[in-house]
Design a protein around this ligand. Structure first.
Ligand code: C5P
Length: 406
């Protein structure tokens, strides 16, 4: 039985071409035993008729804040209180802007302000509108207000010849995201094993010196904690970091890439593996057992050898976890590089991590990421690392459920 069974879903249909997919969404939600109360914005009625939405949902369709019949008992408050969750599909750029500003100038936005139920939005718009800084701002603000998002996906747009991120998520993806919404208290990852790598590695040159990088471990540690909060049994393999072990997680501390690989292999099998660590690409083969002296005949020459690629090793292993996720910190050609890594490393998703100086400096507290899969790219706004972790945890839970439903 679906977790949506018996749930009262209030579905806001916004005014975009993707509204036709909302008709299928209504059907999918009802198949799972949810009741659907539709609210249409004025613009939505240009794309689908209240008659079809009403027929598919077997419910009255609400459209007007000032409806004489419904508002005698302050209908927008009643609708807001009577919902277990609110879905907005499609969420247009204008709808997101009004919701982010806290406006209540129509029935749908008034309900959003009055509700205490979780809200899930499925944005759909032209790729240029999705990429616009104003929409990015609105997205970040709504995220901070606790609104959850699914999609948009990349692909062909209704406008001839246009492609990019902006297509509304498919109805079944929205259903999966809605299930995660209700599953929060139910621990959707209960009984699952997850392995997460985090932090840098240190590759010794001699007993006092090493090669390292700027990774703080904040993102990987936050993700380990988020997966544990969703019920997973988490093993965190951490390089040397200056932050505390996250609660509720088994932590193995390692120093070098080779130690990290050994610890990860020991933690297998797992259902989920997420490789957040910034592993050093090379180790020093000429490691000295004693401190190299400054006056020992000029600067030493370091000879380097390539480290094992932990993600690639696990991604290509015969008993690989069902879901393997990598990270890719890039300063340029972010998405192209991430797509190449997806195949080369045998990952199911790459979290492309913009470390260019304008996006968020490596080692900082914020992160701008894009989720790259074989189906397309999801752009997330600049978020705190804890928020990225929470959202990624939800994404992983939904993705695992989706993979297993196939
Ligand atoms: O190739 P690049 O280092 O950019 O790939 C980054 C991804 O691969 C990250 O998920 C990182 O944790 C993983 N990786 C790894 N072992 C390496 C190098 C990278 O697991 N030796």
């Amino acid at each position: 039985m679906s977790i949506l069974s018996g749930k009262r879903i209030l579905l806001v249909v916004g005014g975009g071409i993707a509204a036709y997919k909302s008709l299928d969404l209504v059907r999918r939600l009802r198949e799972r035993g949810a009741t659907v109360t539709p609210v249409m914005t004025a613009a939505a009625a240009h794309f689908v008729t209240p008659l079809s939405v009403g027929a598919l949902s077997a419910s009255k369709v609400f459209t007007d804040l000032f409806d004489r019949e419904d508002e005698h008992d302050v209908g927008h408050i009643r609708l807001a209180r009577g919902a277990d969750a609110i879905l907005v599909a499609p969420a247009t750029a204008d709808f997101m802007a009004r919701a982010a500003a806290g406006r209540a100038d129509d029935l749908a936005t008034a309900i959003l302000l009055a509700t205490r139920a979780p809200v899930l939005m499925a944005p759909a718009m032209n790729p240029a509108m999705w990429a616009h800084p104003a929409t990015r701002r609105n997205l970040a603000r709504l995220e901070a207000d606790g609104v959850r998002f699914v999609g948009p996906n990349a692909g062909e747009m209704a406008e001839a010849g246009e492609a990019g991120a902006g297509r509304m998520a498919e109805p079944l993806e929205i259903v999966a995201a809605a299930e995660v919404l209700f599953d929060a208290g139910h621990k959707p990852l209960a009984g699952r094993r997850a392995v997460v790598t985090s932090g840098p590695t240190h590759e010794p040159i001699d007993p006092v010196r090493y090669i390292a990088n700027r990774s703080s471990g904040r993102q990987g540690h936050a993700l380990a904690e988020a997966l544990a909060a969703l019920g997973a049994e988490v093993t965190l393999v951490s390089g040397p970091v200056a932050i505390a072990d996250p609660p509720g997680v088994t932590v193995h501390h390692v120093e070098t890439a080779r130690e990290m690989l050994a610890a990860v292999e020991k933690a297998m099998p797992a259902d989920i593996a997420v490789f957040v660590a910034a592993v050093a690409d090379w180790r020093v083969t000429s490691e000295s057992g004693a401190k190299i002296k400054k006056d020992a005949g000029g600067p030493p020459t370091l000879s380097l050898a390539e480290n094992p690629d932990i993600l690639s090793t696990i991604g290509h292993a015969p008993d690989r976890p069902k879901l393997v996720v990598g990270f890719a910190a890039e300063t340029d050609a972010l998405l192209d590089n991430a797509r190449v890594k997806l195949d080369r490393k045998g990952a199911d998703a790459i979290v492309a991590n913009d470390v260019s100086p304008t996006a968020g400096v490596m080692g900082g507290t914020e992160n701008t990421v894009h989720i790259v899969t074989r189906e397309g790219v999801e752009d997330w706004p600049k978020l705190g690392k804890t928020d990225v972790a929470r959202r990624l945890g939800d994404w992983i839970a939904a993705r695992l459920a989706q993979l297993e439903a196939q």
